[in-house]
Design a protein. Structure first.
Length: 575
């Protein structure tokens, strides 16, 4: 959807103004069992005797729709109003007799109101903003032919665009009601959502890497929806469309969070820099509910005006902060909230304002059942944000730095299929996650791309162990998704289980791989970058007294969520 067509598909009741009649042609898009947005082609025709001829049609219609519907014709210059309605025939248009849906949240990007018993809402008009419905439980918003949800209208009296990429054409200030369609969609207490870290292709070839590495094995996967946590592309915003076409093949409604590589830095305005994103995906911050959980899309990439064109910092800005505060006020403290964003709250890009960071942490801490999913680091780990980070809550805040679907930016030697291994610099392979929801409980499963589900670790140790110097032989276990307090043990053959100790260090397997790559002269691929500290690494010194021969070293890990197992064959010798 381009330009002003990035609004939700909508149509008024057959209403007439003077001698102008509006007629609409609706094309319903359906497929894959999903509710898809309808496209609307409307034209005006003039009829001099229209009111006279249709008098007996309009009077019964007004009596049927009642006074709440008659409010739709009285748009205030300072407010916008409309309805959230049950789109019973799934055509994306408000037709006579289709009922409103009460108690649904609608927002202008700052303020939030609930629809009344007739499904009506009213909000202040804000230029350079988005007007959207917050999807409630057991209802679904339209999605387009690429499975992108369409639940909003962009409000902008001017174009939103940088100089390098086409942005959003001016949509105008609404002078008529704005309606949002929903259809019923039963949502259970238990389900899972598919989570991608940065996809971040530079080129069409790298979109093919993503397709062949992850997307192909996910076609038809059983999940409620998918989310990509920003850096959808690598600065080339023309790749939004082919990327969307590829991810659409998974067959799920898909939400795309904005990242620092998804904006046009040729302008200093945060609004204009998001023009291409707004045109393609809609609002950069909003919320939705699915089953018993609530989700907030966070835009925490702040371009610093007046500095170098690529300067950005972590931050929300006043408008988004107010939206977040207003949304959290609507959610009971005992319900689960997930913040979906690109830049992690800590240990990453500095904040634009430490005072804003403090206020955001205070706000998040007011909901103890909240969790953050971020990406950006190109590493996979769990971080418990606590008082040492300025967290004011009684309990630490669980933040997941999601491993990226592009791994280490599609670097590293290609395999037999031409796909770079792109192992992340903490040793985690390319992959994606499944967020598992069960009422107020949740867990995360990591899936390494093109590997069986049980591949959750790799072990590092020399192939040959000198039994005369066992204290010099160290076993390392890199357990990609283990929680920091995981209990990890090893044993040799059927011997006793021995503890392994967690530490922050460099993965020996990754270091050895990179050493091999840098030794290649003039490689035709990008060499993997230097190793970074791995927060999910455990180690132990192998014991003496082992009989000579080939032995099996087993490692097992257990935490609150999962049990993982791995093994490796080592040869023990006595020179």
């Amino acid at each position: 959807m381009k330009g002003s067509s990035t609004v939700v598909a909508k149509r008024l009741h057959p209403a007439y103004h003077g001698n102008t009649r509006f007629s609409c042609t609706i094309r319903a898009l359906t497929g894959s069992g999903l509710y898809r947005a309808a496209s609307t082609n409307c034209k005006q025709t003039s009829h001099p005797d229209l009111m006279k001829r249709l008098y007996f049609l309009l009077v019964p219609l007004l009596l049927i729709t009642g006074c709440s519907q008659s409010r739709l014709a009285a748009q205030s210059p300072d407010n916008v109003h409309g309805s959230v309605y049950h789109d019973q025939n799934r055509n994306g248009a408000l037709d006579p007799g289709e009922p409103g849906v009460k108690d649904v949240l609608v927002s202008n990007g700052v303020d939030i109101v609930r629809t009344d018993v007739s499904g009506m809402y009213e909000l202040p008009i804000r230029d350079k903003s988005t007007l959207f419905v917050i999807k409630p439980r057991d209802w679904m918003t339209p999605v387009d032919e690429l499975n992108i949800p369409r639940f909003y209208r962009v409000v902008s009296s001017d174009d939103a665009s940088g100089n390098d990429y086409p942005g959003l054409q001016a949509t105008g200030i609404p002078d008529e009601p704005v309606h949002f369609p929903l259809v019923r969609h039963a949502e259970p207490e238990s389900y899972r959502a598919l989570i991608f870290g940065d996809t971040q292709p530079r080129t069409l070839e790298e979109i093919h890497f993503l397709k062949n590495d992850s997307v192909q094995e996910l076609i038809g996967v059983q999940a409620a929806f998918g989310v990509t946590l920003g850096d959808l592309v690598f600065d080339d915003l023309t790749l939004f469309e082919p990327l969307n076409e590829t991810i659409a093949r998974v067959g799920l409604p898909w939400r795309h969070i904005i990242g620092n590589h998804d904006v046009d830095y040729s302008t200093g305005s945060n609004w204009d820099a998001r023009g291409a994103y707004l045109r393609t995906y809609g609002p950069s911050w909003y919320a939705w509910s699915w089953g018993p959980a609530h989700f907030v899309a966070i835009d925490n990439v702040r371009i610093i005006e007046g500095e170098d064109q690529r300067t950005y910092r972590t931050g929300l800005g006043d408008e988004q902060f107010e939206f977040l505060r207003n949304f959290l006020a609507e959610i009971p403290d005992n319900e689960q909230i997930f913040f979906m964003m690109h830049i992690p709250w800590v240990d990453s890009t500095p904040w634009h304002s430490e005072d804003e960071k403090r206020r955001v942490f205070e706000l998040l801490a007011s909901h103890p059942r909240s969790t953050t999913f971020a990406a950006h680091t190109h590493r996979h780990f769990h971080r418990m944000i606590d008082e040492s980070d300025g967290w004011p809550g009684d309990q630490p805040h669980h933040m997941v730095s999601m491993g990226t679907s592009c791994g280490a930016w599609w670097s590293g030697a290609p395999d037999e299929y031409g796909i770079p291994h792109s192992t992340m610099r903490d040793g985690t392979p390319t992959g994606y996650g499944f967020l598992n929801i069960d009422g107020n409980k949740w867990s995360l499963t990591y899936k390494a791309a093109r590997r069986e589900a049980g591949h959750q670790m790799h072990l590092s140790a020399p192939d040959v162990v000198d039994l005369t110097q066992p204290e010099e032989t160290v076993l390392y276990a890199n357990i990609y998704n283990a929680l920091p307090d995981a209990h990890v043990e090893y044993r040799i053959d059927d011997g006793p289980w021995q503890p392994m100790i967690r530490f922050d260090g460099l993965d020996p397997t990754y270091e050895a791989m990179r050493e091999r790559e840098v030794s290649v002269e003039n490689p035709s691929w990008r060499v993997a970058g230097p190793a970074q500290e791995t927060p999910h690494l455990w180690r132990a010194t192998l014991p003496g007294g082992i009989e000579e021969g080939v032995r099996t070293v087993q490692v097992r890990s257990r935490d609150e969520w999962n049990q993982y197992e791995g093994q490796r064959l080592l040869q023990f010798v006595r020179p």
